[in-house]
Write a protein that binds this ligand. Structure first.
Ligand code: SF4
Ligand code: SF4
Length: 240
């Protein structure tokens, strides 16, 4: 019995060409040494039978259908550990991001999609109304001032103009563990930093990036930038 030859050159690597066109120096995608260092430290290695080295090989070989359909891309944390460990500095997370962007939006993971949509619509990924965000901050602040000696003058302002420093906030904390907001307030207080939250687009994370949704990602960043300018802040403290 004779084995059939596999004609890899017949594969058309359109995905690879597209990503190469987006990255400086083409993202070094053709320079892989197949050493496997990227896979060694990847938290998503082995899931769905995939790892970053294998994913990159599939991209390089033009297996676009497999690359663009594997659910493994949603298991990558975008931590960039693979890229930093890679001797050729190959940008695998960007490959993963581009593969995610190719999925029909309604087929992307619902949890990430809803967090992105909530953030765009309501300013935070948990979807709480603006009034609840303001209430929680004021309520927690009052609780600390009244019950923790030495912190009677603690501040947690919202929409205060001219403070210099703008602080955003992980969206989950005011909903599930509001007391976790307080340590940073105290650090800023002790450091003498004049800061403010905003009532609008206050969430610190950006699930739209994880969703591979460029437009929504940009909208969050642009809105936050506009708010920071309107408040007259010179420094953005990004907590995520
Ligand atoms: S670490 Fe870099 S060179 Fe090594 S297999 Fe991974 S992508 Fe290729
Ligand atoms: S960025 Fe993704 S592929 Fe790279 S190490 Fe992190 S989880 Fe793995």
């Amino acid at each position: 019995m004779t084995a059939e030859a596999i004609h890899l050159e017949e594969q058309v690597a359109r995905f690879k060409e597209r990503v190469q066109g987006l990255l400086p120096d083409g993202g070094n995608l053709d320079m892989c040494l197949t050493c496997g260092t990227c896979s060694g430290g990847c938290p998503a290695s082995g899931l769905e039978g995939m790892d970053p080295r294998k994913f990159l090989r599939m991209v390089a070989l033009g297996l676009d259908e497999e690359v663009l359909s594997t659910p493994w891309v949603w298991m990558c944390t975008q931590c960039e550990r693979c890229m930093h460990a890679c001797p050729m500095k190959i940008n695998i997370p960007r490959l993963v991001y581009e593969a995610r962007s190719n999925w029909p939006r309604d087929q992307r993971p619902r949890g990430i999609r809803e967090s992105c949509d909530f953030h765009v619509q309501r300013g935070g990924a948990m979807g709480i109304p603006k009034e609840d965000w303001i209430f929680v901050v004021e309520d927690v602040l009052e609780e600390v001032r009244q019950n923790q000696p030495g912190w009677e003058k603690l501040q947690a302002p919202i929409d205060k103009k001219g403070t210099g420093y703008y602080l955003n906030q992980n969206s989950r904390e005011p909903v599930t563990e509001p007391e976790e907001m307080v340590p940073l307030w105290k650090i800023l207080h002790l450091a003498g930093v004049d800061w403010t939250y905003s009532s609008e687009m206050w969430g610190g994370e950006n699930y739209c990036m994880f969703l591979g949704d460029d437009d929504a990602w940009a909208k969050i960043v642009a809105t936050q930038s506009r708010i920071i300018d309107d408040l007259g802040c010179h420094t953005f403290i990004e907590t995520e």
